[in-house]
Design a protein around this ligand. Structure first.
Ligand code: UDX
Length: 421
């Protein structure tokens, strides 16, 4: 928003994050964000506070962007943060304002929040609440935000829509489709988009098991499928499956909400998507156990990758770390290397060993697992690495390594749904 020329206050309850941001430090790895932050601290268009009341009284448009994690004891979304942030704005506004929900919420939430806002705003003040979901990907957050595929605006009056269109005026909205709709449709677009992406991944992962059994190659199959423009090649990479802070919890929350609404077939479809996804971690684990001759006890295993995907240091629900921890539990000596996520991984899984280079992770190993497809793993010198191992065996957990290159360099190469040598 500062990049678009607006004056912005970022409010958060976490003092560490607010202090770091105010000092120009992004508290996580996200390409391009440091530069933007630095730039707009200097333009004075951007500042940060833990004082929600100050931000609520000051702004004309309030974006609610807080997380909606999975509840501890169920698949439902935990709405405490969205409720607290919205309540805090409503109770402290001093002038007419627009509240724009961007968080990913179960359908029906925005309508409830509207009731809460109406009950808490001061007399004489007019506040409208609309829903405008966010579709950014980690690792590509800056580009996705400044150049979105579409803008969805739900439940807006003529006035609110005009105001929001003004906010998103060039360069964002230039040529970007704007879909205006009601509140529930806007809420559902977001979770359906994530559910569709998750379904696509689980579809190719299910087919990868058929490929494996039939001696076919899922990577070639995905390329061939992808040429059909109705299908498209993206999100057809078979492997360890999806993780991170969004897809897993969003499909579970949609499963939960679908059940509440009586849409049982939708819930059962999503249940399958989740099960197939979690099963991929078992399949990779089994490949590793098999490569070690039936047991990983006391075997040395190098794991390349800890983040849930490349270009982030996010290890929330990371399939890579999940597999690394499972191997460790079975008595293997596991050494993990990730170019960016070493620190976050260590904080979540302190019992694993961490290396500071690919070579260090691979040295003296019985088997190497590539579990996050960072570019530097894909272009690594396979011949050189083979010499460092005790025995050059590699498992490609992401379907992105060039099998021929690794085999030519002397590696025993295995992958999910990949044709044998
Ligand atoms: C996702 C959505 O893409 C984004 O639009 C939404 O706003 C938030 O959730 P993100 O969580 O950043 O974004 O990750 P994404 O790029 O979608 O990848 C999710 C997971 O799927 C990763 O673990 C990735 O490795 C995995 N994946 C992706 C596959 O296993 N196969 C693929 O073909 C693609």
């Amino acid at each position: 928003m500062a990049e678009l020329g607006f004056e912005v206050i970022g409010a958060d309850t976490d003092k560490h994050k607010v202090d770091a941001l105010a000092a120009g430090k992004v508290p996580f790895f996200e390409p391009g964000l440091d530069e933007l932050l630095e730039k707009h601290l200097l333009t004075d268009r951007l500042r940060f506070t833990t004082d929600l009341a100050e931000a609520a009284a000051w702004a004309d448009v309030h974006f609610v962007c807080v997380g909606t994690p999975q509840e501890k004891t169920s698949h439902a979304a935990d709405l405490r943060f969205v409720e607290a942030a919205t309540r805090g704005i409503a109770e402290n506004v001093t002038k007419d304002a627009l509240i724009v929900g961007k968080s990913t919420v179960p359908v029906g939430t925005a309508e409830r929040l509207r009731g809460m806002v109406a009950a808490r705003i001061p007399a004489g003040v007019h506040v409208e609440l609309v829903w405008n979901p966010e579709f950014l990907r980690e690792g590509k957050a800056v580009g996705d935000t400044l150049h979105p595929d579409r803008i969805v605006i739900g439940g807006a009056s003529e006035h609110a829509e005009a105001l929001l269109r003004q906010v998103y005026a060039t360069p964002i909205a230039e040529g970007t489709p704007v879909v205006t709709t009601d509140l529930p449709t806007a809420e559902l677009v977001k979770v359906s988009a994530n559910a569709f992406l998750a379904t696509k991944i689980s579809f190719i992962n299910a087919i990868s098991a058929v490929c494996e059994a039939a001696g076919a190659d899922v990577t070639v199959l995905a390329d061939a499928l992808g040429h059909d423009v109705r299908i498209g090649r993206q999100f057809l990479d078979a492997g360890l499956g999806f993780g991170g802070g969004c897809l897993p919890k969003d499909i579970r929350a949609l499963m939960h909400r679908s059940t509440e609404l009586g849409a049982h077939r939708a819930a059962s479809l999503l249940q399958q998507v989740d099960e197939i996804n979690m099963g991929q971690r078992e399949r990779v684990l089994d490949l590793a156990i098999d490569a070690c001759g039936g047991s990983v006890l006391n075997r040395r295993i190098g794991v390349l990758g800890a983040a849930f995907k490349p270009l982030t240091d996010d290890v929330r629900d990371s399939p890579a770390l999940n597999v690394a921890a499972a191997l460790h539990l079975r008595g293997a000596h596991v050494t993990v290397f990730d170019p960016e996520a070493g620190d976050t991984a260590r904080a979540s899984f302190p019992t694993l060993s961490y290396a500071t280079s690919i070579e260090e992770a691979v040295e003296g190993t019985d088997v190497v697992l590539v579990l996050t497809e960072w570019d530097q793993f894909l272009v690594a010198d396979a011949a050189h690495l083979a010499q460092l191992t005790l025995s050059p065996r590699v498992i490609d957990g992401r379907g992105k390594l060039d099998a021929r290159t690794w085999r030519d360099a002397g590696w025993d190469f295995r992958g999910l749904g990949r044709a044998a040598a």
